[in-house]
Structures are given as structure tokens and as C-alpha cells.
Design a protein. Structure first.
Length: 73
């Protein structure tokens, strides 16, 4: 199994499109403003959320989750 890693810009564009579709323009703009301010300790949060999991393990969890979504069937 190979894992394709998209660029940060590609991920941000996709996130913007999803937010715009589901939240609308006003809420999306407010989200981006709040998100860019940032706060907290990302490295600590990452450890709490993913605690030593490998990229392949995370990929497997994501794939399993996506298979359960109604749109993926």
C-alpha cells in the first residue's frame, strides 16, 4: 500500500470548498478568521489525539470511516 500525500495548499483548498458548501460564505469566513489566530499546543494535542499511531494506521482508520459514509456507496 502506498500513501499519497497532498500538498498543504491542496488540503486547504479542499477544506475551504467543504466549509463553503456546508457552512455558507459568512460562517466559512468567520471560521478562517478564528482558525488563523490559533492557540494552544499543537504538538501536545497531536499526541493526545493520535498518540504514536503510524500514518498507515491513521490511513486505515480514515478509509474505514469513509466506507461507512452514505456517499461512498
Amino acid at each position: 500500500m502506498s500513501v499519497v500525500v497532498e500538498s498543504d495548499l491542496e488540503i486547504l483548498r479542499e477544506a475551504y470548498a467543504v466549509l463553503l458548501k456546508h457552512l455558507g460564505a459568512s460562517k466559512t469566513a468567520r471560521f478562517w478568521l478564528a482558525w488563523q489566530v490559533g492557540s494552544g499546543d499543537y504538538l501536545n494535542l497531536r499526541e493526545q489525539l493520535f498518540g504514536g499511531q503510524t500514518v498507515n494506521e491513521l490511513y486505515g482508520q480514515i478509509a474505514e470511516f469513509q466506507e461507512k459514509l452514505p456517499l461512498s456507496k
